[in-house]
Design a binder for this molecule. Structure first.
Ligand SMILES: Nc1nc2c(ncn2[C@@H]2O[C@H](COP(=O)(O)OP(=O)(O)OP(=O)(O)O)[C@@H](O)[C@H]2O)c(=O)[nH]1
Length: 165
């Protein structure tokens, strides 16, 4: 559990680290079910881990709820001398999936806070949109009509021709 502040709001996030190994896959899939945000992480010093992202992404599509927010991460950015995956490859893949992308380092604390803050922001935004959708769908018809009429009124108080008093 971690509390972080996003847009002045204190948000308590619960972080789960799934096992990457194949033999734990049955358990891993259960983590997806209630996730609101997911980091897909590869290791910039391992081309193989980058290739594996396709598999992770398809599992997420299959098992995570619709509307889950995702960010692609290239970790171990401190290991530049061992780099096998160019930053542009990460950016390209993230673009294909429509995700944000960060290169991070858990060792040198590069972009760790930034990526968690961004994912939390995306989850909050999605949650707000969902609430807004529900609010509109359940608003009484008269209220909806009134709101639409108000929006169509040109000028408002500054326009004497449209004065309602
Ligand atoms: N240099 C470097 N090493 C890292 C970094 N992050 C993790 N490691 C090392 O990479 C190894 C694997 O880290 P884990 O956190 O166990 O990786 P994981 O993906 O959770 O592994 P699984 O649980 O097996 O899926 C450990 O030796 C870590 O110390 C990083 O940013 N830079």
């Amino acid at each position: 559990m971690k509390t972080i502040e996003v847009d002045g709001i204190k948000v308590r996030i619960q972080i789960w680290d799934t096992a990457g190994q194949e033999r734990y896959q049955t358990i891993t899939k259960q983590y997806y079910r209630r996730a609101q945000g997911i980091f897909l992480v590869y290791d910039i010093s391992s081309e193989r881990s980058y290739q594996h992202i396709v598999k992770w992404a398809s599992d997420v599509d299959e098992y995570a709820p619709d509307g889950v927010q995702k960010i692609l991460i290239g970790n171990k950015a401190d290991e530049e001398h061992k780099r096998q995956v160019a930053k542009e490859q990460g950016l390209q893949l993230a673009r294909e999936y429509g995700m944000d992308f960060y290169e991070t380092s858990a060792c040198s604390n590069l972009n760790i806070k930034e990526s968690f803050t961004r994912l939390t922001e995306l989850v909050l935004q999605a949650h707000r949109k969902e609430l807004e959708g529900l609010r509109t769908a359940t608003a009484p018809p008269e209220l909806t009509q009134l709101e639409e009429d108000e929006q169509q009124t040109p000028g408002g108080h500054d326009n004497p021709k449209n004065c309602w008093c």
